[in-house]
Design a protein around this ligand. Structure first.
Ligand code: NAD
Length: 313
């Protein structure tokens, strides 16, 4: 049994990670100030002896008294609605928060995993995106607060590894979905599900020809733990390479929900990437990891696990 610290453990991905680590027999300490997360996400595990939640803001220095084997660093606003509302917080959590968490991993001699993002590739000129692509990011646009915070956090992680000898890893997460996403968090899948299940028009940005690839949460968490438990240090993409246009996603949501909502088109947000798809050959070769859940199956599982009322919000 290992002791795992999960920053952002009361969020969407963090709470699924806590569930999986507990089910594998590990002790889990969740550090989360509930800025964008919720106690509801960890309600079902709060009383387990192997689980503890600490309401701590990691932008300030923090200490944990007991030994720790793994640090999973997920805390950060993640959806555009959140980081556009919290631009300075997003930059501080990526910088000070990552410093404090790396310092903690160093003092505990723990293996550290940074939850980075496909947004480090920006609006890519290379498709699909391999880890060796350095990206095409607008540092001063509104989304720069998130993209650059993550790029800085990656640089910091590599510096702690190279200069301080910390055992680090970096996962570049591509769009992931599943239960516990907030219906109003602005990301495509919860928005489309909320609209379809509420029989309201589905709002597609632009002409809907921009592409994304969507990974079901259980696949992502499996890949993330496999990377943390490997000895690898450079970034690794984890995501589902099946690529869909936003219009195809809207049509699939209509099919799976059986909704008769109409599809309407709205203006594209600033710096919205035109295409996004991971090259996952490194994860396949290094971790023997591939995603298993198709989009249709994952959408059906999301509806079943969440319940229609929760998704309609
Ligand atoms: P989320 O908003 O649901 O979870 C983030 C959690 O971090 C929340 O519980 C929040 O309260 C906590 N947090 C924020 N600031 C904090 C602070 N200062 N101190 C302590 N806790 C703090 O987001 P998510 O979708 O679960 O994303 C988790 C991580 O994965 C993020 O780092 C995000 O960048 C990364 N990621 C997610 C996706 C995705 O598709 N969901 C894609 C790429 C990367």
């Amino acid at each position: 049994m290992s002791t795992c610290l999960v920053t952002g453990g009361a969020g969407f991905l963090g709470s699924h990670l806590c569930d999986e680590l507990l089910s594998r027999g590990h002790r889990v300490i969740c550090v989360d100030n509930l800025e964008t997360g919720s106690l509801v996400n960890i309600e079902h595990i709060r009383d387990e002896a192997a689980f503890a939640h600490l309401n701590v803001d990691i932008i300030e220095p923090y200490r944990i008294e007991e030994p720790i084997d793994f640090v999973y660093h997920l805390a950060s606003p993640a959806s555009p609605i959140d980081y556009l509302r919290l631009p300075l917080h997003t930059l501080k959590v990526g910088s000070y928060g990552t410093h404090h968490t790396l310092g903690l991993a160093k003092s505990k001699r723990a293996r550290f995993l940074l939850a980075s993002t496909s947004e480090v590739y920006g609006d890519p000129e290379v498709h699909p995106q391999p880890e060796g692509y350095w990206g095409h990011v607008n540092p001063i646009g509104p989304r720069g607060v998130y993209d650059e915070a993550k790029r800085y956090a990656e640089a910091l992680t590599m510096a702690y590894h190279r200069q301080q000898g910390v055992d680090t890893s970096i996962v570049r997460i591509f769009n992931t979905y599943g239960s516990r996403m907030r219906p109003h968090d602005g990301r495509a899948i919860p928005t489309f599900l909320r609209q379809a299940l509420g029989n309201r028009p589905i709002t597609v940005f632009g002409d809907g020809s921009q592409t994304r690839s969507f990974c079901y949460v259980t696949d992502l968490i499996r890949g993330m733990i496999a990377l943390a438990e490997s000895g690898y240090h450079d970034p690794v993409n984890i995501g589902n390479p099946d690529e869909f246009t936003l219009l195809q996603l809207a049509e699939t949501v209509l099919e799976v929900t059986g909704s008769s909502s109409e599809i309407v088109f709205e203006a594209l947000p600033v710096d919205d990437p035109k295409q996004r798809r991971p090259d996952i050959s490194l994860a396949e070769q290094l971790l023997q990891w591939t995603p298993k859940v198709s989009l249709r199956d994952g959408l059906a599982r999301t509806i079943e696990a969440s319940g229609v009322e929760t998704l309609v919000g």
